[in-house]
Design a protein around this ligand. Structure first.
Ligand code: WTA
Length: 635
């Protein structure tokens, strides 16, 4: 990708202009010169945002793992592709070269085939951040199976929902995982989930923590012996450009998660291009993204984007505070990391600790810092800039989503001047726009509104698995012929974008997307609960935390509130996972509703934020009397 690295602001504007005036030839050139294709495309782009139908590079044939592995073997076979850094620093890191990776992916691919997986089958991957996770994702792609990675912090119930939604045939997991000083019984969670997944006939289990687990006869198999016996070469399955590469679930405004479907060619081209530019990757750099592969950030910018560029990418199993709060900086020093990409929530947590955890490590290898997943506040930005970046490394505040597949708005380091809290300018090929509530496009600068994208880009999700109607309704119906992001944003006097946060029922807690609906559904399962409503409120480290308003049934009213709070969080943990626990629970006599019965979250949000100066006209509510009562008892 040597020709496509933007080197100055002037060049950025030139390239951007070209990408908007003639998107097809812009992407065609990038696709032509940087990838291996078995057959060339018949058309670069065909689309209809109303249906919506989007096709990039239609007619082309390829395999993404050939692009991420095989084609590097001649020039970079012995180069490290993945550095695996374990949870415990006393265990040595593993350097997996491109040659090794080819071997391991092929063996794994052959095991999948032997176990009956075919092109188009869905494979659920529920693994911790160990090499088997990276290898199994690529092994699926090798044989054209569709991977559906479920973050290994989700509960059994959440896992089961995701397995059943896309009819997975197989689950890949491990005997457990390390997390700081703790271990987690992943296999136990899988066993529980599979009680409600009758179609899963095979579970392959990697060994990580050497715990005693039960292996179900006829269903569960240890992975390692199968890998050892497998042949080390596997001819890649030749895929169509628009064949689905993977499904990844994200929260939405109903209880059911949305399985976003990503395609092969467009996703590959876009993640590779954006990785090269946003991180200005050079041949010998060591790049580290601290995300989990269970999220889109890990898919696109630990695996596919970096590997498509022949990069060295760090995969970290651990947590920021084990053995102490200097762990990130120890890893940076140890592997001489050049690009470091993390979430604002991690930065805020680190900033609260003593600076000695930073200062005892040599961070001089760092060139570029990145953030993703939520808005970064000014204080955290300055801490990152001053203490990690030494006031000289550019910070790329990258805005994007599971649905967008790749980074959409971000500075190009060393070219785009940065301003704290601003994601700055759209990457080439991305045409953002801001809309007002009446559906009008806001022209000019110094405006704020709902962020939409008005032209297709190669890595956009093509549909929601099994529910194209929901895809259309969620993303393409609010504003005609535009992709609606669900985010609010402002454009300043220079055209820079600043993302202000979600404008829908999604709340971002510690960088994780949480829908209010599934959490409320879980709470309502409690036998003492009649109804509930969740809102977000600002939290020093998590960005947002969850505040729950709960109406008890008559039978529950006499119950001890402290116990009830615990039980409610327990139910949430069982249904979704610990990431969705509530920080505050207020028991209320009613929830403010419109005459049509819709909960007025805006009012609840203001009360939770202790900002009751401007609640608006509450007299039109169905039950205005509850507002004063809620305000009086706010937690
Ligand atoms: C939010 C993560 C502000 C946003 C890649 C978006 C951000 C949601 C930023 C998607 C940023 C992501 N500044 N907000 N730099 N990056 N977001 O699907 O609300 O997990 O819609 O994808 O995170 O979260 P998701």
């Amino acid at each position: 990708m040597s020709n496509y690295q933007i080197q100055s602001l002037e060049e950025y504007f030139q390239v951007y202009r070209k990408s908007v005036l003639d998107p097809e030839s812009f992407w065609e050139e990038i696709a032509e010169e940087n990838f291996t294709w078995h057959k060339r495309w018949d058309a670069v782009l065909s689309y209809d945002l109303n249906t919506p139908q989007i096709k990039w590079f239609e007619g082309a044939k390829l395999n993404i793992t050939e692009n991420c592995i095989d084609r590097h073997l001649y020039s970079r076979g012995d180069k490290t592709a993945i550095i695996f850094e374990p949870n415990d620093p006393s265990e040595s890191a593993e350097h997996i070269t491109y040659n090794d990776l080819k071997d391991r992916v092929c063996r794994f691919a052959n095991v999948l085939k032997e176990q009956g997986i075919e092109k188009g089958d869905r494979v659920c991957i529920y693994l911790p951040m160990i090499p088997e996770l990276a290898v199994s994702v690529l092994a699926c792609a090798r044989i054209g199976a569709i991977h559906s990675v479920v973050f290994a912090g989700f509960s059994a119930a959440a896992l089961a929902t995701r397995i059943n939604d896309c009819d997975c045939k197989m689950v890949l997991t491990s005997d457990g995982s390390f997390r700081g000083t703790k271990t987690i019984d992943l296999k136990g969670i899988v066993d529980e989930a599979l009680e409600s997944c009758p179609d899963i006939k095979k579970v392959l289990v990697a060994k990580r923590i050497n715990s005693k687990i039960e292996m179900k006869e006829g269903r569960d198999l240890w992975l390692q012996p199968l890998l050892d016996a497998a042949y080390r070469d596997c001819v890649p399955e030749i895929m169509d450009a628009e064949d689905p590469l993977f499904i990844l679930y994200t929260s939405g405004s109903t209880g059911k998660p949305k399985g976003m479907v990503h395609s092969t060619a467009g996703y590959m081209v876009y993640t590779a291009y954006t990785f090269k530019n946003v991180f200005q990757y050079r041949e010998d750099d060591v790049y580290w993204c601290t995300a989990d592969i269970g999220w889109i950030t890990g898919h696109s910018y630990i695996l596919y984007g970096p590997l498509a560029n022949g990069a060295t990418t760090v995969m970290f199993e651990g947590v920021p505070n084990y053995p102490d709060w200097g762990r990130f900086w120890e890893v940076v020093e140890k592997h001489k990391v050049n690009q470091f990409y993390t979430a604002p929530t991690a930065i805020r947590a680190l900033a609260k600790e003593d600076l000695s955890f930073v200062n005892k490590h040599d961070l001089s290898s760092l060139k570029i810092l990145g953030t993703v997943g939520e808005p970064i506040n000014e204080e955290a930005w300055h801490w990152y800039n001053d203490n990690i970046g030494n006031k000289k490394n550019p910070i790329v505040d990258t805005w994007w989503q599971t649905e967008t597949g790749g980074i959409m708005i971000s500075p190009i380091p060393f070219s785009t001047p940065t301003i704290p809290t601003f994601a700055t300018l759209p990457l080439p090929g991305i045409q953002p726009t801001l809309m007002d509530e009446h559906g009008n496009e806001l022209k000019g600068n110094q405006v704020d509104g709902h962020l939409c994208i008005k032209f297709p880009w190669p890595s956009m999700a093509r549909t929601i698995w099994g529910n194209h109607k929901r895809y259309k309704e969620t993303y393409f119906s609010t504003y005609k012929n535009k992709y609606f992001t669900g985010d609010g944003a402002l454009r300043d006097s220079t055209g820079y974008y600043r993302i202000t946060g979600r404008v829908d029922d999604v709340i971002i807690v510690s960088g994780h997307n949480l829908g209010t609906a599934p959490i409320e559904d879980a709470i309502n399962e409690h036998t003492a609960v009649a109804e509930s409503a969740i809102v977000g409120f600002p939290h020093e480290i998590k960005g947002n935390a969850l505040y729950g308003y709960v109406i008890l049934k008559e039978t529950g009213e006499s119950r001890d509130h402290t116990n009830l709070r615990k039980e409610i969080n327990q139910i949430i943990t069982e249904h979704i996972g610990p990431i969705a626990k509530l920080d505050k629970v207020q028991f209320v006599i009613g929830l403010p509703k419109t005459r049509s019965g819709k909960i007025m979250r805006r009012i609840l949000r203001k009360i939770a934020c202790k900002d009751t100066s401007n609640l608006g006209d509450i007299s039109t509510l169905l039950n205005p009397e509850v507002v004063a009562d809620i305000m009086k008892n706010v937690v």
